[in-house]
Design a protein around this ligand. Structure first.
Ligand code: AOF
Ligand code: ZN
Length: 347
């Protein structure tokens, strides 16, 4: 069983298609699919439509029409075998006469799994785990995490000086990070389902928490979430304006908040502030990814990015596996994953 160069290229295209719908498919996964005709030429392509709409395979099959017969389907996730809000994709592929199916990641959702077996039973050649790692650590990551853990994937993002401060001693904090970093944050917001802050951040900064610039602006506004146990958020706070939907949760407990968001269909949360809330999330081991924007600036005093996380000694430190380090304008962007997240993913 071999994967041709055209099929490999089709998988890369499917991965790219999946990227284009990130943040707009939850609670469903962001999947990409490509159909090649019998001579290996592109016949159709697609990505998951918003939840309740067709899956990626069905979008691609529609575009391919009769050219799918005898051809190959290349998908980032194992085709489903269940009737949920839509019919089984495995059956749609069989009916269309597809001869070969190549996919990246096995479907861990017990309700939908079994597509590969159904395809094989119908005489379709099936190849699994092609670019599996790329798919699982890309657009599918938050969804895969949610299926396994029952709570959303949490990215904690902060912008600080090189000495880790988010504001000066007098609490001035505007423009620590560069314009390039701020645009990057807006792109990041467009990829997630919800943005989470504590009431302290609302009172201190009165942020709007919308996607305003960056390349993906206006495509999608994530849900805005404030944890406000003491009912401190004033009616005139910008987070309550009409620019996007907002929920105020009457709790300070990360697990409870994440469960409530999961039940609303949220699969990826961007934790944006502030230090106290971040400390509580780290202490509860509810952070799966850390994105730090570090500005070439030193302050020497002022609040630290991370508040008390219940860590008293070095051996208890939350250690990160660094995934990438890039320069953004004059800033440095570091992406890392706490090792506890890794341990969980391997369970
Ligand atoms: C998607 N898009 O491209 C694929 C999915 O509720 P349903 O009927 O839409 O089914 C959702 C499940 O289908 C989802 O949890 C996953 O297991 C499977 N595959 N879903 O939304 C897709 N291929
Ligand atoms: Zn499906």
């Amino acid at each position: 069983m071999e994967v041709t160069e055209a099929e490999q290229a089709a998988m890369h295209r499917a991965l790219a298609l999946a990227e284009t719908v990130r943040g707009r498919t939850s609670p469903n996964p962001a999947v990409g699919a490509v159909i090649l005709d019998t001579s290996g030429h592109l016949a159709g392509e697609g990505a998951t439509r918003p939840a309740g709409g067709p899956h990626a395979e069905v979008v691609a099959l529609e575009e391919a029409g009769a050219s799918a017969r005898g051809g190959t389907a290349v998908v980032t996730l194992e085709p489903c075998a269940h009737t949920g809000r839509t019919g089984p994709c495995a059956d749609a592929l069989i009916e269309a006469g597809v001869a070969k199916v190549i996919y990246a990641v096995e479907d861990p959702n017990p309700e939908a799994a079994g597509g590969a077996a159904r395809l094989r039973d119908a005489g379709v050649e099936v190849i699994a785990d092609v670019e599996g790692h790329a798919a699982a650590s890309g657009a599918l990551r938050p969804w895969l995490h949610s299926v396994r853990t029952g709570r959303p994937y949490v990215t904690w993002k902060f912008a600080a000086t090189l000495d880790g401060r988010v504001a000066a001693a007098d609490l001035t904090s505007q423009w620590i990070s560069s314009a390039a970093s701020r645009a990057d944050v807006h792109n990041l917001r467009a990829l997630v389902d919800a943005i989470l802050v504590g009431s302290g951040t609302v009172l201190a900064d009165d942020p709007q928490l919308t996607v305003r610039d960056g390349d993906r602006a206006t495509q999608h506004q994530p849900l805005r979430v404030v944890l406000d146990r003491r009912h401190r958020v004033p009616d005139e706070a910008r987070i309550l304006d009409a620019a996007a939907e907002t929920v105020v949760l009457d709790t300070a407990a990360p697990q409870f908040a994440l469960k409530a968001l999961y039940d609303r269909g949220v699969r990826h949360v961007l934790l944006e502030g502030g230090p106290t809330l971040a400390g509580a999330f780290i202490e509860a081991r509810c952070v799966d990814e850390v994105i730090a924007y570090l500005a070439p600036m030193l302050l020497g005093s002022g609040p630290a990015a991370l508040g008390d996380a219940g860590i008293g000694t070095l051996t208890d430190a939350a250690t990160l596996e660094i995934e990438s380090v890039i320069r953004l304008g004059d800033d440095i962007k570091v992406v890392g994953r706490p090792r506890w997240a890794e341990a969980r993913a391997g369970e």
